[in-house]
Design a protein around this ligand. Structure first.
Ligand code: HEM
Length: 509
């Protein structure tokens, strides 16, 4: 009884100390007048709870003023001028501890690295492999996957079954990234199922990272527990790591057998794993085996959902706005009639199509794949943002969903899908919108894989809207689809009925 009394007094004392600390911090903080929910002043549990609900991007937009507080030390910013201050090249705003949980404790990857110097040096090593010049040589791989994708759609159309587009778009993205990374398709498009539980693995990894990042100090412990509980199947991240390890070992054997060890990587369509290994063999000090491994796993983890989500979103908005779909089809017909658009929908050709490019930008504006603030830490000496001083150590972030709905930049109809806004002749307006368009992030931490996705999307969207008619199979999803925000804002059941279009002149693969 006495022990229980002592224990309870101890807990009470700790709670009191915590509350007093919070009150003092609040009274002394230069940010005390920043608006935000009362609970968010006291504890990160409020944010954790909101994120847990799965629609933070919507809540974040609803709450917004130029600055809002969403945790005791967390601030979401909506001011366009803040973009350059926080994310611009050369700024000293490092990523917050939220990113720590996106790698195994003691591990490394480009996305999660919080050290500005170490990240910059690794990024320099990887940059050329991901450049658009290098990526267009992978176009035939994308074509192969697009062929199979079209074939699957035609078959499902003939069978008259509802197609879960969210799933199939991810299958396409997975197979393209597998082909680019390892030189072979994983087989998602061939079988239409979640091979090796990879999709589920990434999903659970996303759920873990999204929430645990808010309390990153418990990551080491929680990760050990989760890995133990996952048992033989392995935690999500571990599964993909095992797959990458085996593909790296196979590629090493191939390189040895072909006498390629230590030779510089070519600029052609060699798989990324081979290019990474060539870097490693030539300079293992600066490009270690950990970089090879991290490069491969990052492609799989970051390169499938994001592209799948974006493809689904663009198609969803086109179906919701038949007049935009009609315009896009007219543009496609016109370009094909003039011989400017081939059966393979060559990337170079699609880049010349203004309406398609406007649809691409507008789709990513309305539904950027990531849906939480991209958190950064105010550097030494503090910083002034929106005319307010933020002491060093404060976490600030901009959510692309909030940035993209700014009516001062995008106009009163910022909530509407209207590709025409990107076709304005007002150069200043276009420049302002382009500056505020951040689906791939910004500055030194901008998405390294954006050209891969751009290539995939620009080739697949015109191909499928030209080749197929789509009907929402459920009345609900026509006006509002349901999505879940676990860092990536994924459609939950985007089902459509598909029919090959009679008029199409495009090969179905
Ligand atoms: C439409 C598709 C994609 C979208 C919308 C997207 C979005 C983003 C965003 C917003 C960031 C910055 C996150 C932050 O600052 O917190 C990012 C970073 C990153 N993305 Fe993507 N991404 C896409 C596709 C890809 C692909 C295909 C890959 C790999 C093949 C990839 C790999 C990465 C990596 C490695 C980073 C970290 C870069 C760094 O910190 O230097 N992403 N992405």
């Amino acid at each position: 009884m006495l022990a229980l009394g002592i224990f309870l007094s101890g807990v009470g004392a700790l709670a009191l100390i915590y509350i007093v600390q919070r009150v003092i911090h609040f009274i002394l903080s230069p940010l005390r007048s920043v608006p935000g929910p009362f609970l968010a002043r006291c504890t990160d549990v409020w944010y954790l709870w909101q994120v847990r609900k799965g629609d933070w991007e919507v809540r974040n937009i609803e709450l917004h003023r130029p600055i809002i507080r969403y945790g005791p030390n967390r601030y979401s910013i909506a001011d366009p001028d803040a973009l350059g201050t926080i994310y611009g090249h050369g700024t000293r705003f490092a990523k917050s501890s939220w990113y720590d949980v996106w790698m195994t404790p003691g591990g490394w990857n480009l996305f999660a690295d919080r050290s500005i110097q170490r990240h910059a040096s690794a990024r320099r090593q990887l940059q050329s492999t991901y450049s658009m010049t290098s990526l267009v040589s992978y176009e035939p791989y994308v074509d192969q996957c697009a062929d199979i994708f079209s074939r699957r759609l035609a078959e499902m159309g003939e069978e008259g079954v509802a197609v879960n587009m969210g799933h199939w778009m991810q299958c396409y993205a997975f197979d393209v990234i597998g082909q680019i990374t390892y030189g072979e398709r994983i087989g998602f498009l061939d079988h239409g199922v979640d091979i090796g539980g990879m999709m589920r693995a990434i999903e659970s990894s996303l759920a873990y990272g999204t929430l645990m990042g808010i309390y990153a100090r418990f990551h080491r412990f929680a990760f050990a527990v989760m890995s133990f509980l996952a048992g033989k199947k392995g935690a999500g991240r571990e599964f993909i790591e095992r797959l990458s390890k085996s593909r790296i070992a196979e590629e090493q054997d191939k390189r040895k057998a072909a006498g390629l060890e230590g030779k510089q990587a070519g600029i052609g369509a060699e798989p990324f794993v081979s290019k990474f290994l060539a870097k490693y063999e030539r300079d293992p000090e600066t490009f270690s085996m950990a970089h090879v491994m991290a490069g491969c796993t990052a492609n799989m983890a970051a390169g499938s959902d994001t592209t799948g989500v974006t493809l689904s979103a663009i198609l969803y908005f086109l179906l919701k706005h038949p007049e935009c779909l009609r315009k896009l089809r007219e543009e496609i017909e016109e370009y094909r009639a003039k011989g400017l658009l081939s059966d393979s929908f060559a990337f170079k050709e699609t880049q010349q199509m203004p309406y398609l490019q406007a649809v691409f930008k507008e789709g990513l504006r309305m539904h950027p794949a990531t849906g939480l603030p991209m958190e950064r830490v105010v550097p030494e000496g503090g910083a002034t943002i929106c005319n307010r001083f933020f002491p060093e150590g404060t976490i600030v972030g901009i959510n692309s969903w909030v940035a993209h709905r700014n009516t001062e930049v995008f106009g009163a109809d910022a909530d509407e899908f209207r590709p025409e806004r990107w076709l304005t002749s007002d150069g200043d307006k276009l420049a302002a919108m382009s500056r505020q368009w951040i689906p791939f992030g910004m500055g030194s931490r901008t998405c390294i894989g954006r050209h891969i996705s751009t290539l995939e999307i620009n080739k697949l969207i015109p191909r499928v809207v030209h080749g197929f008619d789509f009907e929402h199979s459920s009345g609900d999803s026509r006006d509002k689809w349901s999505t879940l925000n676990c860092w990536f804002v994924k459609p939950q059941r985007f089902e459509v009925e598909v029919k090959a279009r009679k008029t199409t002149a495009v090969s179905q693969g």
